[in-house]
Design a protein around this ligand. Structure first.
Ligand code: HEC
Ligand code: HEC
Length: 495
């Protein structure tokens, strides 16, 4: 009873605040609408009733939006200044981010552009398109910020008309993104540290030094350092010559969540951040031909603010990590899972899909690009449940089943051309930690089953694939039982 009363009064308060507020430079404090699952869910039964309550709030919010267009987005968009001043707890930033992630953008809010009007289903060169109206309409399978359905594949870099001219890509699940970014940063730091000592050794010995590159136990080939300070990166593998990992995207093209989010807004929704409008001003192929503060010529400027990027980034950075759920009934023989887990190591899958990477520091930092304070979270404390467990040494054991490295998987999976400097045959090892929820598989969603995905591996993965095939049904069954135990924690939701 009191909950429903609260719902009515709090939404009413929001609506009133909305009417009486003048649009001023320092945005007044906002409060989240509380319509998406919280960082820390309550016990099961409470969670079920919370799900109903959130659904009811969502309906009310829809009425408010109908009465007052733009309400939802304004209500979700704190200013960067307020975010950076520490006005909001992690929970509130997470909720604001969830609200924007699920928001259905309108043309009045900047959706699309004169050169890529909504809907532009097939992307046009590097400008992208405006394929749909929300992040959630592509990232929808298996839970919030989930994977993509193949019917929503994106056709990247095509001619805007014929899908076959674009590179077909299936949306990726976004869970655990904060931990992935931090792991990649620690690995990059390890690699660049090695580069420095290689340089120093080469200069001290006045000769060429060759060093094995590895980070968190993952090998990235060899680096040559000459006495004159120049480098030979021809034997570096799986990472750019800069030795900076880019863990996001099927091809491994983005270093950080913010970079990925800002690009996704631009290429899938035609929403341009004020930052990119400045940054890419002289590259109309990326930002649109019109110039000024409205390069996509849709009559809307300042489409995406730094505050909005802060909350969207926080939402994904703070997101839960997937879990392992073992078979619960006696119908599945208990030996299958451990057998499959062991085979996964034995036949070489784990050489790329490295089961666990250990993270030393869970401090996530988001610098400001306008000179304001850094935003920072301890993901191990403030992140959503579930979180990775700690090892005895205190490091966080992130069980993602990836080496965060690019590999050549042969000509059948290869795309016809390079993408942003990454060869057509190279793909980042995708984390497998959510497999039960992310069907279909592979970069273009071509594999309806796990079996199809595994037998499609060639190139560097040929030996492991051949061993999987040689296992026959007796070994393949247990392997698949193990793989589908990788899933997301169950959540109550009202459809
Ligand atoms: C039209 C479908 C579509 C929409 C809309 C969309 N995405 Fe994506 N998203 C994708 C696809 C496809 C990929 C993989 C792209 C690639 O690797 O080339 C992806 C990848 C990502 C990644 C990188 C994930 C990783 O682990 O590699 C992030 C982060 C992301 N999207 C966030 C967002 C956000 C935030 C929005 C809303 C602003 C959004 N996406 C809207 C299809 C979409
Ligand atoms: C040489 C590195 C390498 C090895 C070895 C390897 N994989 Fe992969 N795996 C990849 C890459 C890279 C992709 C992404 C390919 C693509 O999308 O086209 C992938 C994709 C997958 C996918 C699909 C994931 C998704 O989200 O769509 C599954 C499942 C998978 N691998 C399982 C396995 C199994 C099981 C083995 C052992 C038989 C194995 N892999 C061996 C690198 C490897």
């Amino acid at each position: 009873m009191s909950r429903w009363f609260w719902l009515g009064t709090s939404l009413l308060a929001l609506a009133c605040a909305e009417e009486s507020v003048e649009p001023v430079a320092s945005t007044p404090e906002l409060s989240p609408l509380g319509i998406y699952a919280p960082l820390r869910p309550a016990a099961a039964l409470d969670e079920a009733s919370d799900a109903l309550l959130r659904d009811a709030r969502k309906r009310e919010a829809r009425f408010l939006e109908a009465a007052n267009p733009g309400f939802m987005l304004r209500q979700s968009s704190p200013s960067e200044a307020a975010v950076r001043a520490g006005t909001y707890e992690a929970d509130a930033l997470f909720q604001f981010g969830a609200q924007i992630f699920h928001h259905s953008f309108t043309e009045a809010e900047g959706l699309g552009g004169a050169d890529v009007p909504f809907p532009t289903r097939f992307q046009r060169g590097l400008r992208g398109g405006a394929e749909t109206t929300s992040c959630a309409s592509c990232h929808l399978r298996g839970g919030a910020a989930g994977a993509g359905d193949p019917s929503g594949n994106s056709f990247w870099g095509g001619d805007g008309v014929r899908p076959a001219t674009g590179l077909s890509r299936n949306a990726r699940a976004l869970t655990g993104a904060g931990f992935i970014e931090l792991l990649a940063k620690e690995m990059s730091a390890e690699l660049t540290g090695l580069r420095e000592s290689c340089r120093v050794q080469a200069q001290a010995s006045a000769s060429t030094v060759t060093l094995a590159l590895s980070a968190k136990g993952v090998s990235f080939g060899q680096l040559g350092c000459r006495a004159d300070g120049t480098l030979d990166t021809s034997q570096v593998v799986g990472v750019d010559a800069t030795l900076e990992l880019r863990p996001f995207g099927w091809k491994g093209v983005h270093r950080t969540i913010r970079e990925a989010v800002e690009d996704e807004l631009r290429v899938h929704l035609g929403l341009q951040s004020s930052f990119l409008v400045q940054e890419l001003a002289d590259i109309p192929a990326l930002i649109g031909p019109n110039g000024g503060d409205d390069p996509d010529g849709d009559g809307v400027s300042d489409e995406i603010s730094e505050g909005q990027l802060d909350v969207l980034t926080s939402y994904l950075a703070l997101s839960e990590v997937p879990t392992v759920e073992l078979p619960q009934t006696s119908l599945v023989p208990v030996s299958l899972w451990p057998e499959g887990r062991q085979l996964f190591e034995q036949i070489g899958c784990a050489s790329c899909h490295v089961p666990t990477l250990e993270l030393a520091s869970s401090r996530y930092r988001l610098s400001s690009r306008s000179g304001q304070a850094e935003l920072s979270f301890d993901l191990a404390v403030e992140g959503a449940q579930p979180k990775p467990e700690r090892s005895e040494s205190g490091a966080l054991r992130v069980q993602l089943f990836s080496d965060l490295k690019r590999h050549d998987l042969g000509s059948k999976l290869a795309e016809p051309r390079a993408d942003r400097g990454v060869d057509g045959a190279l793909f980042m090892t995708p984390p497998l930690w959510e497999l039960a929820r992310t069907r279909p598989y592979l970069h273009d969603g071509r594999a309806p089953t796990l079996h199809d995905a595994i037998v499609a591996h060639e190139g560097e993965a040929s030996a492991a694939r051949d061993q999987y095939v040689a296992l026959g049904e007796a070994g393949q069954g247990p392997m698949r039982v193990f793989l589908v135990s990788l899933t997301r924690q169950r959540r109550y939701a009202v459809p």
